[in-house]
Design a protein around this ligand. Structure first.
Ligand code: NAG
Ligand code: NAG
Ligand code: NAG
Ligand code: NAG
Ligand code: NAG
Length: 510
């Protein structure tokens, strides 16, 4: 049924805009690879020069949407794009919730959207993605910062610390093939650049269709590999705005990025991996002395080889070899200790590749595989079994060595220079994308405010009179740690995490 509605809707649009869509689809599909150097490519492909804005009446009141079937929306500026959306009371119960797909040609990105518990008509909009690559944002939604938590295969519980306390928020399964998202021809995405193309289209389509949120301050947040996704996604959306203006459309009010335990600079993480397992940082050393000595000897070679073959220039074969060496010498010995790589203060629950060290992930899988839940959410029948992690996507990103292939931190600098604020926060107990590596990345980041930023001492920040962590901040750039939290800060320290976000949205000091 949804497929039929979509087809009809796209057909009618194509009839109106056939000439242009032909032309633009050629642009969109041409020259794979060139987009890496030219982010404006994204929009060149999807936005015609003269949109027929008068043909389109956006839906002012989302409450008019059906809760039993999808409503399909589309916009003449995006002739090959559409939105399928369904209303529900799901998960929160006190606010409007919407789920659906943004259809980008043959690619379909699933999202969950929740209105703010405070003032949906005025509050900011947050975009959230988990990392992986290949991780579904259902983890962020149902175990971390969403309006409810899964507490059993058949039940959810209201989360009083959800980030929609003071913001409208959506969770997106991206890139295609992750979670409930899919591609009709089974194509998968193996680079952040390619993922950014779909996300930029997603965001532009979202704001065009959900008119009441147009111009609203927009914050892009993510965790883990999100530390690489978010800087590039946000930059692509920033650059896309120039094209939106040319096309006579309203711009996306990109205001900030928020990165939680990001692996932004993966090369810079290597010495931090050593520090976090062999020094008395956050917790006493978890690694044997003899392993630490071997690791310390291997570290300079690991860093040198990564610099030469991944960073100074990118050579896939040599970078792969360097990565294999670093993994064997620095990463594998930590995994062998049995400690949870997402939280050095505890052991892994279950098998890493089965539970990701948190047994709740199994419940999330079971819950999102229930036929009644899928039908309520409006999941396309084309989706097979749900999984919180897509091995195909993980492997595609691994094969392209995406994690080494571009310096994500430079995009953060680019955003800061343009007044887009950036919050880099890290649960202090995480190992895999730890605070030590993140703090160094923030100190080394070259931008106009660098000297002022570096001159700030780390100071304590408090929640309810108690120290919640350490922070350093200047000119829209903030680094913060959260004590007692691992990789998934809102899971471990929900009250502190919500307070952090509230102060950040309000542009207050922590
Ligand atoms: C980006 O691409 C557009 C058209 O595809 C072109 O006009 C523009 O010059 C390119 N910009 C750069 C910096 O290459
Ligand atoms: C969960 O719901 C399914 C389907 O409604 C049912 O078969 C199953 O027994 C339930 N499981 C639990 C633990 O309640
Ligand atoms: C973006 O949001 C800020 C903060 O609310 C507001 O002052 C500004 O006018 C908005 N910009 C646009 C282009 O809507
Ligand atoms: C390790 O660090 C903690 C916290 O800073 C400190 O209390 C403890 O004394 C240190 N242990 C050693 C052996 O230095
Ligand atoms: C989906 O899960 C069921 C139950 O775990 C299993 O029997 C089936 O083979 C799975 N299907 C696919 C396509 O993986």
């Amino acid at each position: 049924m949804p497929a039929l509605i979509r087809t009809l809707c796209l057909l009618s649009l194509l009839a109106v805009t056939a000439g242009r869509s032909q032309q633009h689809s050629i642009l969109l599909e041409s020259a794979p690879g060139t987009y890496q150097a030219n982010a404006s490519f994204v929009v060149n492909g999807v936005i015609p020069q003269q949109p027929d804005a008068h043909l389109f009446t956006p839906l002012e009141d989302l409450k008019l949407l059906s809760d039993s079937e999808f409503t399909s929306l589309s916009h003449p500026s995006f002739p090959r794009h559409g939105v399928r959306i369904k209303r529900s009371n799901w998960c929160d119960g006190t606010v409007q919730a919407y789920t659906g797909y943004i259809d980008i040609e043959a690619r379909h990105l699933f999202f969950y959207f929740f209105e703010s518990r405070s003032d949906p008509d005025k509050d900011d909009v947050i975009f959230w993605t988990n990392g992986g690559p290949g991780g579904s944002s259902s983890m962020g939604l149902l175990m971390e910062l969403g309006p409810c938590k899964v507490t059993g295969p058949n039940q959810t519980e209201y989360n009083p610390y959800s980030w929609n306390e003071q913001a409208n928020i959506f969770f997106i399964d991206q890139p295609v093939s992750v979670g409930y998202s899919y591609a009709e021809y089974g194509e998968s995405v193996g680079t952040t650049q390619e993922a950014a193309k779909d996300v930029a289209a997603f965001v532009a389509i979202f704001f065009e269709n959900f008119a009441k949120f147009k111009g609203r301050p927009f914050h892009m947040a993510g965790q883990s590999y999100g530390g690489r996704y978010i800087p590039l996604f946000a930059s692509t959306i920033y650059d896309q705005n120039a094209r939106l203006i040319e096309a006579g459309m309203s711009t996306v009010n990109l205001t900030s990025i928020m990165i939680g335990n990001g692996c932004t600079d993966v090369i810079g993480m290597m010495p931090a991996y050593y520090d976090m397992q062999c020094k008395n940082i956050t917790v006493a050393p978890v690694q044997r002395i003899d392993s630490c000595v071997r690791m310390r000897q291997a570290l300079p070679r690991c860093e040198k080889r990564l610099k030469e073959s991944c960073s100074d220039q990118f050579d896939l074969i040599d970078c792969q070899a360097a990565n294999a060496f670093c993994k064997a010498e620095i990463v594998d010995p930590f995994i062998a200790t049995g400690y949870n790589p997402f939280d050095v203060s505890r052991l892994c629950e279950g098998e890493m590749m089965d539970t990701f060290c948190y047994s709740i992930t199994k419940m999330i899988n079971a819950y999102l595989n229930r036929a009644d839940v899928r039908s309520m959410l409006g999941v396309d029948p084309a989706i097979g079994n749900y999984s919180t992690y897509s091995p195909e996507v993980g492997q595609a990103f691994a094969a392209s060595l995406d994690k080494f292939s571009f310096p994500a931190q430079y995009y953060i600098a680019g955003l800061l220079e343009r007044g887009v604020r950036a919050l880099i926060y890290a649960g202090a107990n995480d190992w895999i994308c730890n605070w030590v590596g993140n703090e160094r990345m923030t100190l080394e980041l070259e931008w106009t405010g660098q000297q002022t930023f570096r001159a700030q001492p780390l100071r304590a920040w408090n929640v309810d009179g108690k120290t919640a962590g350490l922070t350093r901040s200047t000119g829209g750039f903030t680094f913060a740690t959260i004590y007692g939290a691992g990789h998934m800060v809102p899971y471990d320290m929900p009250a502190e995490s919500l307070e952090l976000v509230k102060r950040w949205l309000a542009a207050e000091d922590l």
